[in-house]
Ligand binder design. Structure first.
Ligand SMILES: [Zn+2]
Length: 199
């Protein structure tokens, strides 16, 4: 898990400072009953996870690595299954769970803050139909670089849909440009993503 998601990578920090500016006082390193949320409000029992687009199957940005396909395929499925299990487990234990993709933090930070505020007030989340890519296979018969994607609902794992289209690249997440951002990209690597600098 530690390799899957560092605790101080930039989308998490961006969200934390936005929440702080909005007057929401979260707890760091608070133990939720399950998993390791990025932001926790123990009083309101709200857990917020910032999910990396690659590791957590973002429908807009998951990019199928072209090598070690079996390894990456198993990794993706294990990650998104665990996300589903944890989310449902926390909610069954009376917590409200907000999961946002890193691209939402980069592109729509104000909206993400409003969603967390709504969760704190105990309101229904605006969109609980949260699709996750669970598998991607090449379909060369459809065209060069085409792929078939299997998506599942985070909160209803049996609900599956498929789409066929050109290979997604994982670009346009809106990550701020800069030397740190360039180093953070590990797309297509066969080994674990290198540690990002934190701080
Ligand atoms: Zn994304």
């Amino acid at each position: 898990m530690a390799r899957v998601k560092g605790k101080n990578t930039s989308p998490e920090r961006l969200l934390r400072s936005a929440l702080w500016r909005a007057g929401m006082r979260y707890r760091l390193n608070y133990k939720a009953p399950m998993g390791r949320p990025d932001v926790v409000f123990p009083g309101a029992r709200v857990a917020v996870f910032v999910d990396g687009c690659f590791w957590h199957g973002c429908p807009a940005h998951y990019s199928r690595p072209r090598s070690s396909e079996e390894f990456w395929s198993g990794k993706l499925l294990a990650n998104v299954e665990r996300d589903s299990r944890l989310t449902l487990g926390l909610e069954a234990a009376g917590w409200r769970v907000v999961r946002v993709f890193e691209h939402e933090v980069y592109q729509e930070l104000d909206k993400v803050v409003r969603v967390v505020e709504a969760a704190m007030r105990g309101e229904r989340l605006p969109d609980e139909r949260d699709w996750r890519v669970s598998r991607v296979d090449p379909v060369p018969q459809e065209g060069e670089g085409w792929e078939r994607r299997e998506l599942r609902l985070l909160r209803a794992w049996d609900v599956v849909r498929h789409e066929v289209g050109p290979r997604k690249t994982g670009r346009d997440k809106g990550r701020p440009k800069g030397p740190r951002a360039a180093r953070g990209s590990a797309r297509g690597r066969t080994s674990a993503r290198p540690k990002r600098r934190s701080g």
